[in-house]
Design a binder for this molecule. Structure first.
Ligand code: PEP
Ligand code: MG
Length: 757
């Protein structure tokens, strides 16, 4: 290793001089091949660069000079083309014995037997090939290959900076690197979108590869390692509280790599060879990538993605380029690419430019997906190998309706997509025309179709969709998008604005539901310790009742904002009736205080509870007389009924919302409130899906609060359904549950010409 380090370092020092010289690009390359050949004691050294899709011999020491700019190889053709095409290293004792060898007489290379070549990589693409040749038929030693790879890395900087090509586009990347690719995933939010790929965590562009001061670079890496480890420890602590959407398992792997001696040692060795901290990290990463290509183990590949993430994180730390793409701002219509995201992270993006999201993970009821749905942004999740296939700036066509995304589409594909887009718009126009139509079933049952909201920006959709009101206003979204706890005045202002926009239509405010996957970095656990299972942990009303100050402030804000009108307020995660009583008492105390102050009060207050913890369903006779309404939060309810974490991507497709068990449970709840003056509604995501909504109507649920984009489609469905018919069918199915209830409902609907999805 020491030899390689010395050889690479000597070459790098000289390359540094070459790069700094005022020579023209071609002269620089001519010197470079001399320097490398001498440094590696090699008879031939050649540089091929990609131009117009071909690898062209740009400079050589040892081959015939007449071949320069004459010898050209397609990617995949000959040894040089194979290295470029596969972005791999070749090390051969006898070049002619390789099946891809292609003889080029103009180069005069017949006398050279051994051959080694490495790709010159920029932004993970091969933009050229550096190779050496010897008369002696011997394989190059590992240390020599290492040195060659280090030099190739520096060369990529020289090529980028020396105006050797007009721009990246002119390098004419190969079909394999630029051709279309279809990716499949799980539809999380339906819709179509096109835009350029933007990585939530952008890749760092390395400006300088050769170090001026090796010791200083070493210190920078040490510091970056320390910072990164601190970050990971912090993330691990927060993950237990649900921040950031990172998974426990991933963080464990992060930790393992962050403390891995081998990794930091290899980076150190790369610095010894004369690279800057950034280049050293990237150099080690490139080597790992190349090794990975030879390993066919999906589990290991996943772990390597983690290392890639971490390496990128280290690069961002060392280069000080810490922000996500949101902090840089979106410059054009974009499709966001990420492994996973937290809801707050998504909200940082400019809504006008963010057209879609593609995730490697994700599940239907994860809050980031709910936020995206509310923003009207289509989301495709669980796309394997996503970050390996898409590059920053690639054009993407996202068809979340079909569960696919096409990267770098051919013109014909883009045209077909545009046609679908146009059709979709036509459909939207049909839904928009239903805006003023009252949703009433064919047999005259009025179904209240409300919408879910959480931000001021969501409110105009009330008029646009013609929804009957806001059935769930998630007040915690204001908390999620704030850097600190929003002051009472800010809360009051928001609620007042929301009510103002709503006009005569009702808005049901839900008090803050934080915790689970909606953790606030500025609101920690007492003592700071994490939770094993945040979804079932210290969240929602549990937090609010313990941090009474939080609920008091919110109560006052809601009461003041509702002066002169009706306040509809509901509490999340009520598990036992006394929790409802305690929360209501906080509001009543604030009301009393306001009365004492002779402030203007709400005309009426309607209190409600969310039914999302199954235990509450056993207490309906107790809770029903206390509340004006109950809103069933099926997102949480189903995760508790099935004991299946709603944010866990592995469980995303496992259980069905229209399973007989869920349906029977909901039927019991509907029956349980019969005879009480309680409005019963469903405000979970399932209500926004047509087949699910049909099933809910079949259970006698006549109030749905759904994502705004679903209001039109659900209204359309409602108008076609005969409520009595679906209720009777549902009774039959629940008495004798079929093996596949979803299929039964779909058949039932199809037989009546009701389009379900
Ligand atoms: C639910 O749990 O169904 C619900 C509507 O609340 P959230 O998704 O905000 O937890
Ligand atoms: Mg909930």
């Amino acid at each position: 290793m020491a030899n390689a380090i010395i050889a690479a370092r000597t070459i790098l020092t000289r390359l540094h001089e070459v790069m700094a010289s005022r020579d023209r690009a071609q002269a620089k390359l001519n010197t470079v091949v001399e320097v490398i050949a001498e440094g590696l004691n090699s008879e031939v050294c050649s540089i091929y660069l990609l131009r117009e899709g071909m690898l062209e011999l740009f400079a050589t020491k040892g081959l015939d000079q007449d071949a320069v700019h004459v010898t050209r190889m397609a990617l995949g053709e000959g040894l040089v083309g194979t290295i470029g095409g596969n972005v791999e290293t070749l090390n051969l004792a006898e070049a002619t014995a390789h099946p891809d060898f292609s003889y080029r007489p103009e180069t005069g290379e017949d006398k050279f037997h051994s051959f080694a070549g490495v790709p010159i990589v920029r932004r993970e693409r091969a933009v050229g090939v550096l190779c050496v040749q010897h008369v002696d038929p011997r394989r190059y030693e590992e240390v020599e290959i290492e040195a060659l790879q280090t030099v190739a890395m520096v060369l990529s900087e020289l090529i980028a900076n020396a105006d050797l090509v007009d721009d990246e586009g002119a390098w004419g990347l190969s079909e394999a690197q630029t051709g279309p690719a279809l990716m499949r995933g799980l539809t999380l939010v339906k819709g179509l979108a096109s835009g350029i790929a933007v990585f939530h965590q952008p890749r760092v562009t390395i400006e300088h590869t050769v170090a001026e001061d090796t010791e200083a670079e070493r210190q920078r890496v040490y510091l970056a390692f320390d910072k990164m480890r601190e970050q990971i420890e912090r993330m691990a602590a927060q993950a237990e509280f649900g921040v950031g959407g990172e998974h426990e398992e991933v963080l464990q792997t992060y930790k393992m790599f962050a403390y891995d001696e081998g990794w930091s040692r290899r980076i150190n060795e790369a610095i010894d060879s004369g690279l800057t901290a950034e280049a050293a990290i990237e150099r080690v990463q490139q080597r790992t990538r190349m090794r990975m290509r030879q390993i066919d183990d999906p589990l290991l590949a996943d772990r390597m993605h983690d290392l890639e993430d971490l390496s990128n994180r280290l690069l961002r730390t060392v280069s000080g380029q810490l922000g996500t793409a949101a902090s840089k701002g979106l410059r054009q219509d974009a499709i966001l690419i990420a492994r996973n995201l937290g809801p707050a992270e998504l909200l940082e993006y400019d809504k006008r430019r963010l057209k879609g999201v593609i995730l490697e993970e994700g599940s239907l009821t994860a809050h980031v997906v709910i936020v995206a749905r509310a923003m009207g942004v289509p989301v495709l999740g669980r796309v394997q190998g996503l970050r390996g296939q898409v590059r920053e700036g690639d054009l993407l066509l996202l068809d979340a309706d079909q569960g696919t995304a096409t990267v770098r589409p051919a013109t014909a594909m883009a045209d077909a997509f545009d046609m679908r887009f146009a059709k979709n718009r036509e459909k939207q126009a049909v839904y928009a025309a239903l805006r003023d139509v009252e949703p009433r079933t064919a047999d005259g049952v009025r179904i209240k179709v409300m919408m879910n909201a959480g931000l001021r920006d969501d409110m105009p959709q009330l008029a646009q969709t013609g929804a009957d009101g806001v059935g769930l206003f998630r007040t915690e979204f204001q908390f999620l998008v704030s850097a600190t706890l929003p002051a009472r005045e800010r809360q009051t202002r928001l609620y007042r604005d929301v009510l103002e926009v709503a006009g005569d239509k009702p808005v049901i405010f839900r008090t803050v539901d934080i915790g689970g996957d909606k953790a606030l970095p500025y609101l920690r656990h007492d003592g700071g310790e994490g939770e094993e299972n945040p979804a079932m942990g210290w969240r929602a009303l549990r937090v609010a009742l313990e941090r009474e100050g939080l609920l008091k402030v919110q109560a006052r804000a809601l009461l003041e904002a509702s002066a002169g009108r009706t306040l509809n307020v509901m509490f999340p995660m009520v598990s036992e009736p006394w929790e409802f009583d305690a929360a209501k008492a906080v509001f009543e105390a604030q009301l009393k205080w306001l009365k004492g102050q002779k402030k203007m009060l709400p005309e009426a207050i309607r209190y409600g509870a969310m039914l999302e913890v199954p235990a509450l369903a056993e207490m309906l006779d107790v809770i029903a007389p206390k509340v004006s309404f109950l809103s069933i939060g099926t997102n949480d309810l189903t995760q508790f009924l099935f004991a299946a974490d709603r944010s866990n991507p592995k469980l995303a497709e496992r259980y069905d919302w229209v399973s007989p068990s869920i349906m029977r449970f909901l039927a019991r709840v509907v029956k349980g409130v019969e005879g009480h003056k309680v409005d019963i509604a469903v405000c979970g995501e399932m209500g926004g899906r047509r087949l699910e909504a049909l099933a809910l109507i079949g259970l006698g649920i006549h109030r749905l609060s759904i994502t705004p984009a679903s209001v039109g489609p659900i209204k359309e469905l409602v108008c076609k359904v005969n409520a009595a018919d679906i209720e009777s069918a549902m009774r039959g199915w629940l008495t004798n549950p079929p093996a596949n209830l979803r299929a039964e409902i779909a058949n039932w609907a199809a037989a009546r010409g009701i389009e379900c999805d």
